[in-house]
Design a protein around this ligand. Structure first.
Ligand SMILES: NC(=O)c1ccc[n+]([C@@H]2O[C@H](COP(=O)([O-])OP(=O)(O)OC[C@H]3O[C@@H](n4cnc5c(N)ncnc54)[C@H](OP(=O)(O)O)[C@@H]3O)[C@@H](O)[C@H]2O)c1
Length: 315
């Protein structure tokens, strides 16, 4: 099987053009734009997290915060902490049952809504035009927001066509800044593309060292979609956090297995949304932008691919 793992191509460029309109030149000192696998990455002035431009022109942070299982007060606290540490992308879903907690965490953080990139997802039980519209409004109400940055069809089940039509309508009304899908295989994407008036921007799929999904990523690139990795740390399954190969690479850079994995995703041009309930891990997972895996490291990590889901119970 052919696996493509390329070394990073990070070109430092003068930021003069982008910053020309800004009188406060010092604000942009130290900022960089880089081109990584065709996507445009731009460092934001408010955080150290770069962004990637999606096919509809909006930008998404390359690293965000996942919230699966972070419910109630814990969820609220974690979301507020993550934002305070610099996370700007927050990933939730109707089925997580934590949209209220996530919304409370956002408010607790005190951050300007416009600084955030909030994703939620339409659950399978809510598929179809009318149901999807209602479900979207319920999500917004629970989150206490008046728009979402990204809304995804969580799984390719039910009346996908009706759901997509509802999402296109909400997008056209300005209630969602970008629409996308999750857990779609090539056949689902092809079908969606045959009738979609608005192209999805993202496919959020399982991807980590043990199920890398290079073929899926290649297909997404051909369609112009950004791949976003769920369970980027494999939830620690298959011994991820004690894996000797990742640890040996990490030792060279004084980084943990989690950091090596997240850096590897980043160098492949993939958006990740690691989840943690621990503040120390939140910081650790953000601290991946000061080292670079070399070509050998990338190839070594590629060799860990088992090419099979580590979450068979979710199939
Ligand atoms: N679209 C979908 O179908 C789908 C499916 C699954 C997930 N998702 C999204 O993707 C997000 C991430 O996936 P995930 O939550 O399944 O798993 P994950 O992010 O791969 O792993 C989370 C686990 O890793 C641990 N962890 C995190 N950082 C660590 C570190 N630096 N060192 C050691 N342990 C660390 C966490 O424990 P601690 O709390 O102890 O740190 C937690 O047990 C989800 O939260 C959700 O938003 C989407």
């Amino acid at each position: 099987m052919k696996r493509k793992n390329q070394p990073p191509v990070i070109k430092r460029r003068e930021f003069l053009k982008a910053s020309a309109g800004f009188a406060a030149g010092t604000l942009f000192m130290g900022l960089e734009a880089s081109e990584l696998f065709g996507g445009t990455h731009t460092r934001r002035p408010d955080t150290s997290i770069e962004t990637i431009t999606l096919n509809n022109g909006i930008t998404i942070p390359v690293l965000g915060f996942g919230t699966l299982y972070l419910n109630g007060e814990v969820g609220e606290k974690c979301v507020a902490e993550a934002i305070s540490l610099g996370y700007r992308l927050i990933d939730t879903a109707t089925i997580y049952g934590n949209e209220e907690a996530v919304g409370a965490g956002i408010r607790k953080s005190g951050i300007d809504r416009k600084e955030l990139f909030v994703t939620s997802k339409l659950w399978v039980d809510d598929s179809g035009y009318e149901n999807a519209k209602k479900a979207f409004q319920t999500s917004l109400d629970k989150l206490g927001l008046d728009y979402l940055d990204l809304y995804l069809i969580h799984r390719p089940r039910g009346d996908i066509r009706g759901s997509w039509k509802a999402m296109e309508s909400l997008y056209n009304k300005g209630k969602i800044r970008a629409i996308g899908v999750s857990n779609f295989e090539t056949s689902h994407l092809k079908d969606l593309m045959s009738y979609a008036k608005i192209k999805p921007v993202v496919n959020q799929i399982e991807s980590h060292a043990f199920f890398q999904q290079d073929r899926a990523n290649e297909t997404l690139r051909q369609y112009g979609l950004q791949m976003e990795a769920w369970s980027p740390l494999a939830q620690g399954r298959n011994g991820h956090f004690t894996n000797g190969t990742l640890a040996a690479i990490g030792k060279k850079y004084n980084k943990t297995n989690a950091q090596v994995s997240l850096r590897w995703h980043y160098q492949r041009g993939i958006v990740t949304i690691p989840r943690t309930s621990q503040k120390a891990h939140m910081s650790e997972n953000l601290n991946i932008f000061d080292f670079e895996l070399d070509e050998t490291d990338m190839k070594t990590i590629a060799s860990l691919d088992l090419d099979i889901t580590q979450f068979p119970e979710w199939e």
